[in-house]
Design a protein around this ligand. Sequence first.
Ligand SMILES: [Zn+2]
Length: 325
Amino acid sequence: MWIRIRKGQLKGRKLVAKDVKSKPNLDRILNSDIGYMDLKIIRTSLDYHQQIQNKLYVMIRQLGPPTFFVSFSSAEHLWDPLMHALRDIKQNTTRPNTNELDENEPSSLIRNDPVTCVRYYRSRRDALHQLISHDHKYYGELTDHFYVTEFQNRGSEHEHGLLWIKSAPIYGQNTNIEVEQFVENYLPTNSLLLASELRVLQHHCHTKSCRKRANSNCRFNFPIPPMEATKILEPLEFDSDKTKEHAKLIFETINNTRYSENDTFDSFLANLGLVQIEYIHAIQCTLNRTTLLLQRKPVDTWTNNFAKHIPGIWIANTDSQFVLE
Ligand SMILES: [Zn+2]
C-alpha cells in the first residue's frame, strides 16, 4: 500500500519514516484522519468537500443568509467562438483540407476536445462573474459570492453559486411584500421576454435525475403552477376532501395541458372552475415547506426561473432562485 503523508503530525510530534514501517503503526495512522491529510487538496475527496462546506458555513455565519441561489450550465454547441476554436484546432491538426461539416460534427468536436471546452467555459464564466460583480442590473449590488463547479456525467461543466446582495430583504426579518417586490424586480419568469432560441434553453424537460424513486414527483417541482403575482406561500394541512380534489385538478391540468402565449391567468383559473382563494389554498396544502412562487403565466409552467438579463448573455440554461431559508 502506498500512502503519502507530508508535514503530518502524530500526537503532537512530526511523522517520521519509522511510523509507517510497522503494520500496526500504519493501520493506526490509516484509521485516523492523519493518514488522509493530503487528500484535502484533491477535489474529489471527502476531505476537500468538507473543507469547502466549512468555508460556506463560516460565510453564512458572518454574512447572514445569501440572497440568490444561481446555476449556470454549458451549451457548447451554441457558443460560436468555442465552435470556431474547436474547428480551427481540428483542421490544424487532423483534417487540414476540410471545411465541410457534417451534422454530427459539433457533438464530436465537443466530445473530442474537453480541454478546450473547459477552458472556454471558464473564460466565459469569469466574464459573467465580472459582469455580475460590476453591473447591478443583474442581481443588485453584489457584496459577496460563493461558487462551486461540477461536471455532469457527459463531462459538461456547470456551476452553482450563492450571491449576497447589499440591502436585500431577508425572509422573516422584512415583510413578505418587501421580499416579493424585490424578487419580482430581478426574477420575472416570463419566457416571452426571451428570444425563441433562449426560451428552449429555459424549458424544463424531465430526465432520470428528476425522480429519485419511480413514483415520486419531479424534485425540481415541475410543472410549476401559474401565479397572478409573486407570492410567499406557507404550507398548510389538507383540511377537506374538496381541497384535495382541487389540488389534484390543478396539477393534473397543468401536467396535461400545453398553454399558449395567449392564455391568461384569469382564463386558466376560469377553466379550472376555481376562484383565486381556493386555488392558492389548494397549492398551499401541497407544500412541505415555505415556498416563493414567482409570477408566472400558464405558458411558463415548464420554464425554470431566471434572472431578467442573464439568458441573453449566458446563452445556456440558467437558474436563479431567491433563498428563503
Ligand atoms: Zn423534472
